[in-house]
Design a protein around this ligand. Structure first.
Ligand code: BES
Ligand code: ZN
Ligand code: ZN
Length: 476
């Protein structure tokens, strides 16, 4: 997206969108010479369109925000402004936050909403939609001193769009190897180090978790690594779940909704997108991404319920349900991460259906071994509106994944109870003495319906959250 920052509306503007707080509607009169009546007072949900402007600005679109709006309301206004421009088949649009409302955060969140709202994916449509047009350029009228922050928000929102883009590819195209190709392409472009373990190498290393999950698939699994080394700072390793399709394996899932399991790679694509943002932002911190990628399929070679496998760190696991595959591939990834002794390991995964019972679709369940980090992640969630909520890691939950015949089992006893916690604690068994944090994004990876700035489909939620967290960490 072509983004432009202006101090004043100096050139011709096709559409100027203006978020208006309740009671501050006099801006309409100032700009258009018309005082709106009851129909527009800046209340939440109200809009006022003025198409007949005479000067440089051709059209105005006022978006009501209600009283004391949160930054999220400005994100929504950003999305609504772009949508209106598209309906009008314009190629560009511009945003202005009125002087008496203006703040750095407000113009930045408007920008986020506009960039996220402009995302379209129509790769597989042979006839491109004629009704709406893709916006090519978005302008923001802003203070000079906000340019640095606006640039950061642009990079981060574009990274989120990048995650949405590559997540859209269905499993027949996005195989584990293809995911590696995408990661490599991004790494080359952004100057990151890229490396990979093939199936053969994982066999030699004894990565039994990834091998067990991929056993029933015709597609070879991979373990992808991306490395970013900013100057100084802490070392964080992100481990993302890259299941390019989760059929459940022998413990097969019901047909209904199974297609959405092509998005079981969201942890992986988010991780790739986060690395892209980190490189662009040149954060003074060291970040490594480890991405185990595999399909989970049933066939004659597939892992069976009851099989016992040996993981990369030599722990043994009873596979009691082949649909609990995410934790098996992540366990090998985390064990590999643990060898590097980083300051923190963060796993991101569409891990459990149980997460829906915990927070619905409005939050991301989090586990963390360190209060300082969970607090920082919580605050990053508030800031980005990708909110997290910490769950306990009591020892009774760890006991629920202790195996009977082997060290561990891949589902908790008392099946169905505390599934999100036991899944995270299973993975923690592979983190050694390292600090560990886990984000279960199962409920936020996919938009079932569009909202003001995110369309239906993969959401990319979790990208802005972790980038914000890494920014905060790099400031310490
Ligand atoms: N990928 C699923 C979790 C999931 C479910 C993500 C719904 C997004 C939406 C995961 O691999 C899985 O199947 N988990 C099982 C674990 C159970 C067998 C212990 C689940 O949650 O049912
Ligand atoms: Zn599964
Ligand atoms: Zn899965």
């Amino acid at each position: 997206m072509n983004i432009e920052y202006l101090e004043k509306p100096i050139r011709e503007i096709e559409l100027l969108s203006i978020p208006v707080e309740e009671g501050k509607q006099k801006i309409v009169k100032e700009l258009c010479g018309i005082k709106p009546g009851k129909e527009f007072q800046g209340k939440e949900g109200e809009t006022y369109f003025f198409p007949l402007a005479k000067g440089k600005i051709k059209r105005f679109f006022f978006i009501g925000l209600g009283k004391k709006p949160t930054p999220e309301e400005y994100r929504k206004a950003g999305g609504l402004g772009v949508k209106r421009a598209e309906i009008l088949k314009l190629e560009s649009c511009c945003f202005m936050v009125p002087k008496e409302q203006y703040s750095t955060e407000k113009i930045c969140t408007t920008e986020e909403g506009a960039i996220l709202g402009s995302f379209r994916f129509d790769r597989y449509k042979t006839k491109k939609e004629k009704e709406t047009k893709k916006i090519k350029k978005i302008g923001f009228i802003c203070r000079k001193k906000d340019l640095a922050e606006l640039r950061i928000c642009k990079i981060t929102a574009e990274a989120q769009n990048y995650s949405r883009e590559i997540n859209y590819y269905p499993a027949n195209e996005m195989t584990p190897r293809k995911l590696a190709v995408f990661a490599e392409r991004m790494a080359k472009k952004e100057g990151l180090k890229f490396s990979l373990y093939t199936k053969g190498e994982m066999k030699k290393k004894g990565m039994g978790g990834v091998l067990a999950v991929s056993a029933g698939s015709a597609q070879e699994p991979v373990m992808i690594r991306l490395e970013y080394k900013g100057r100084g700072g802490k070392h964080i390793i992100l481990v993302g779940k890259g299941i390019t399709f989760d059929s459940g394996g022998i413990s097969i899932k019901p047909s209904r909704g199974m297609d959405s399991m092509k998005y079981d790679k969201t942890g992986a694509v988010n991780t790739i997108a986060i690395m892209k943002a980190v490189a662009n932002l040149k954060l003074p911190i060291k970040v490594t991404a480890i991405i185990p990628a595999s399909e989970n399929m049933p066939d004659g070679n597939a892992t069976k319920p009851g099989d016992i496998i040996t993981m990369y760190n030599k722990k043994t696991v009873e596979v009691l349900n082949t649909d609990a595959e995410g934790r098996l591939i992540l366990a090998d990834g985390v064990a590999l991460a643990a060898e590097k002794k980083p300051d923190l390991i963060i796993t991101m995964a569409t891990l459990t259906g149980a997460a829906f019972a915990v927070l619905g679709t409005h939050g991301i369940p989090m586990l963390s071994t360190k209060k300082e980090y969970s607090k920082m992640m919580y605050e990053s969630g508030i800031k980005t509106y990708e909110r997290v909520w910490e769950l306990p890691m009591w020892k009774e939950y760890s006991e629920m994944v202790k195996g009977e015949m082997a060290d561990l089992k891949n589902i908790g006893s008392e099946q169905g109870y505390a599934g999100t916690i036991t899944a995270g604690l299973f993975i923690k068994e592979f983190a050694g003495k390292n600090e560990f944090m886990h984000l279960d994004i199962a409920t936020v990876d996919l938009m079932e319906n569009s909202n003001e700035y995110l369309s239906k489909g993969p959401s990319g939620k979790g990208v802005r959250l972790v980038v914000e967290f890494l920014r905060r960490l790099s400031k310490r």
